[in-house]
Design a protein around this ligand. Structure first.
Ligand SMILES: [Zn+2]
Length: 221
């Protein structure tokens, strides 16, 4: 990577920035309050909600965890920013640089699948479910070189298309005065068709179904 301030950094003894922080990684100053409660649904029963629900809290009926989107503060390397992860999935943006991931020549979307973030579906031999957004061709070598998880198990390929299929969510249950109590369950996978479960879920990541995965030659040789 080009480091325009590299010389200056060496002279002052500061560590030059070698690694980009991937677009999807959460930062320390992006944590937001979660004023959660349970409210009555028009057709009966309770559902999880924010006290002061606003635009963007709920996407197609799914309540999302509130986070800021400022990329300020220390990177939280094991945590994804929900707004940016969701945006990458819906708009097929690269998880490293945040730009469009689709290859303009072929129209196909480069994707790294790992054992930890990819699950095959019995009914779809060339597709599956993944919580990891795509990675553009330009960023794939960097992603493979910097992410320790990718050394263990990964496949680089392209997919024809991807659509929202499920979420990963924290689960809540109503307490006294309809207070929202966390059940202790994190990263529960819930299909977007599971209407009843979704009423008790606070989504943290969007899972997509990818179609027609074709392995590509390993870009690192
Ligand atoms: Zn990229």
């Amino acid at each position: 990577m080009v480091d325009p301030a590299g010389q200056g950094d060496r002279m002052t003894g500061a560590v030059p920035t070698q690694l980009r922080v991937p677009y999807v990684i959460a930062h320390a100053a992006e944590i937001a309050p979660q004023p959660l409660t349970f409210v009555r649904r028009p057709l009966g029963g309770l559902r999880l909600a924010y006290n002061n629900e606003r635009r963007g809290d709920r996407v197609k009926g799914v309540l999302r965890v509130r986070v800021l989107n400022n990329q300020r503060g220390a990177p939280q390397w094991r945590k994804l920013n929900t707004l940016r992860q969701w945006r990458c999935m819906e708009k097929l943006l690269c998880q490293v640089c945040g730009q469009a991931a689709t290859d303009p020549t072929t129209g196909r979307i480069p994707w790294i699948t790992t054992d930890s973030a990819f699950r095959e579906l019995p009914e779809d031999p060339t597709g599956g479910l993944t919580s990891a957004p795509p990675t553009c061709w330009a960023c794939i070598p960097e992603a493979l070189a910097t992410c320790p998880q990718l050394h263990i198990s990964q496949a680089v390929g392209t997919v024809a298309r991807a659509e929202p299929a499920a979420v990963l969510a924290d689960m809540f249950t109503p307490g006294p005065s309809r207070r929202a109590l966390h059940t202790g369950e994190h990263n529960v996978e819930i299909s977007l068709s599971e209407d009843t479960l979704l009423t008790h879920a606070l989504a943290t990541q969007l899972i997509v179904q990818i179609h027609d995965f074709q392995p590509a030659p390993h870009p690192m040789g």
